[in-house]
Design a protein. Structure first.
Length: 187
């Protein structure tokens, strides 16, 4: 059995990293959020970067998806992966890109990204009520390759994953390659 001092030390280490062992973190407004334990149908963690043009270009689609699925008990949460961003700059970015009703946090030490397996911005990670990652990847196929956008989106990966989850069907492609700005998780 582990010693109490070891357990306490690990708990303090996780808490100081900003994410408790149960996935609880504080958003930019100081509210506790359980990112990896949804209260509703699912949580969608959207890893973004204010300085990533690909991430910024997806803002309208992110808002549409989050608005559409909120009525079905799906909660969206923005996770900022910028190095050195602070709360005032994050709030300014949120206002500029219309993220007015979405909770958000700064993942300064990349704890959330590591736990979710996120590697680029933008990237979506869908977590079911049991805490299982059901989808990880791109929002859609707007980019054929980095720097090469398509004329029209033909695959809506995140929407398809959420619709399958709500219908109780297997997610057709539970992991897709997201293209964007690299997240340095230190792995």
């Amino acid at each position: 059995m582990p010693r109490l001092s070891t357990i306490l030390g690990l708990t303090l280490l996780l808490a100081s990293a900003g994410v408790a062992g149960d996935g609880q973190t504080r958003d930019v407004d100081g509210r506790d959020r359980r990112l990896f334990t949804p209260w509703g149908s699912a949580n969608v963690l959207l890893f973004i970067g204010s300085d990533c043009p690909v991430s910024n270009g997806f803002a309208p689609e992110i808002r549409r998806i989050c608005d559409r699925f909120a009525a079905h008990g799906i909660s969206c949460f923005l996770v900022y992966e910028d190095t050195g961003i602070d709360a005032p700059r994050m709030r300014a970015h949120m206002a500029e890109y219309g993220y007015v009703r979405m909770p958000a946090a700064i993942d300064a030490d990349r704890t959330i990204a590591r736990r979710a397996g996120a590697s680029v911005t933008p990237q979506a990670v869908v977590i079911d009520p049991g805490g299982t990652v059901r989808y990880r990847g791109r929002i859609n196929n707007f980019y054929a390759a980095l720097g090469k956008p398509r004329q029209h989106v033909t695959v809506h990966d995140l929407r398809d994953a959420l619709e399958a989850l709500l219908a109780g069907r297997p997610i057709p492609n539970p992991e897709t390659e997201a293209l964007g700005c690299f997240i340095n998780t230190g792995k």
